[in-house]
Write a protein that binds this ligand. Structure first.
Ligand SMILES: NC(=O)c1ccc[n+]([C@@H]2O[C@H](COP(=O)([O-])OP(=O)(O)OC[C@H]3O[C@@H](n4cnc5c(N)ncnc54)[C@H](O)[C@@H]3O)[C@@H](O)[C@H]2O)c1
Length: 419
């Protein structure tokens, strides 16, 4: 083949995961990295030296933007992906976006139209769809092993309160402090959509009570969990739950039921999957407990360990799709499915704010369904929402004194966890 694809990474914290894949990938090379936090760029230099590659580093996005790159990975703030993706797509770059795809409904449409108009590849790095268990569920449902899906669950329980200093740096405006319960939904909704192959058509949202100790760390939503009850386009029902409930280790669990059987992850052993397939007689069948194996490019995938190897696939499928290869085209998550995943959370919050009413989820593949949302900027980020600003919890925003953020910042500077 010709020259390797030149890929840049924007955001060098989580972006380190993609850098590790790119530094060793047979079809791509890590060309440049941008982060305004200098110590992370110093780590990039170490990575480059270890791998014998040259990587340009930039603190300023505009300088990075001008670098010669075919594609860019967005691992910047979770609520700022869409505007950067739109700009990069229009500049002729392919884009791999970390979670979440967009902060508002208006951004969802801008993002879709930027992909359509640029003709570039957009891929969504929802790595939880490529974990050994969720990827195996995807494969088996596609093979028809459990028949037509009628119910599914996705669960991502991750209490980040102890590491709050390390992931928010005591910044009042950090996206993790501003987020509402159902925003960060695609680790649980995402695999439901890839496994079932269905589209959401309606969502009802709920949020749990706030946690006082997480409130004291500066999180406006107080670490509450978000729940989405989603109707899929074949009438199946799905439940997604995610957030900082008390459970150690955290929970990454899924289950899916169909007309011929079901599958569920082992609740405390993510390496195993229970599979029930009904035979010819009602209520009788075979129950298996299996350890799923990687089935796509397994040798290459096994070189990487992040999130059970799933971190590799998001980047790998993006590269393969740009190169027009089958596995990338089949498994890379495109902009429509990415937006389906993300807007379930955005619209579930409307449901919560309106007393848990059902909210229709538009099919934004259809141009005629976009008009109603084109100017819909409602979100909890004052810089984006304008007059459509929402509170981060259904009863309103709590008053959090500056001292709370100063305390968290000091913990971060001291390299300590919150207790
Ligand atoms: N898929 C997963 O398993 C997973 C895990 C962790 C984080 N994430 C995602 O990764 C992304 C980043 O999260 P994070 O944990 O690294 O924390 P973060 O959002 O605090 O880090 C973002 C990084 O981008 C840099 N950055 C942001 N805007 C910038 C700008 N304009 N110019 C220069 N640098 C800028 C920041 O300095 C920071 O280092 C988020 O989208 C998050 O949702 C995904």
């Amino acid at each position: 083949m010709g020259e390797k694809l030149k890929v840049g990474v924007f955001g060098a914290s989580r972006g380190k995961t993609m850098m590790d894949v790119l530094a060793k990938h047979p079809d791509a090379r890590l060309a440049a990295v941008c982060d305004k936090y200098r110590p992370l760029l110093d780590e990039v230099k170490t990575l480059a030296a270890e791998n014998g590659i040259e990587v340009a580093v930039y603190e300023d996005f505009e300088d990075f933007f001008r670098h010669d790159m075919d594609a860019v990975v967005l691992a910047n703030y979770a609520n700022e992906h869409a505007p950067f993706a739109v700009r990069l797509l229009h500049s002729g770059r392919h884009v791999l976006s970390e979670v979440l795809p967009c902060e508002t409904m208006a951004q969802a449409i801008e993002l879709i139209e930027a992909v359509e108009n640029s003709g570039k590849v957009y891929a969504y790095a929802e790595n939880y769809c490529y974990m050994d268990h969720t990827f195996e569920m995807w494969r088996r449902v596609e093979n028809g092993e459990i028949g037509e899906v009628n119910y599914a669950e996705g669960e991502y329980v991750h209490d980040c309160s102890s590491i709050w200093p390390r992931i928010t740096y005591g910044e009042r405006g950090h996206w993790r402090n501003q987020l509402y319960s159902t925003f960060y939904c695609t680790h649980s909704v995402g695999p439901i959509l890839t496994v079932t192959g269905r589209r959401p058509v309606q969502v009802v949202g709920f949020e749990t009570p706030q946690d006082e100790r997480t409130l004291a760390l500066g999180a406006l939503a107080g670490g509450c969990a978000g729940i989405e009850i989603i109707t899929l386009d074949n009438g199946a029902i799905a439940k997604s739950i995610h957030g900082g409930l008390k459970r150690e280790p955290g929970s990454i669990n899924y289950q899916v039921y169909g007309t011929k059987g079901m599958m569920e992850t082992e609740r405390f052993d993510a390496s195993r999957l229970n599979v029930y397939i009904e035979g010819g007689k009602l209520c009788e069948g075979e129950l298996q407990n299996v350890a799923p194996e990687k089935f796509v490019s397994p040798e290459l995938a096994k070189r990487y360990s992040g999130h059970g190897g799933s971190d590799f696939y998001a980047t790998h499928f993006f590269i393969q799709k740009i190169l027009g290869r089958e596995e990338g085209i089949k498994y890379s998550i495109d902009v429509y499915r990415a937006v389906d995943m993300g807007i379930c959370g955005i619209l579930a919050y409307r449901s919560i704010l309106n007393g848990n009413v059902p909210v229709q989820v538009p099919n934004l593949r259809n141009k005629e369904e976009r008009g109603a949302y084109r100017h819909d900027t409602a979100c909890t980020n004052p810089a984006v929402a304008g007059e459509q600003l929402l509170p981060a919890y259904h009863t309103g925003n709590p008053d959090i004194p500056d001292g709370a953020y100063e305390r968290v910042r000091q913990l971060w500077l001291d390299g300590k966890n919150a207790e």
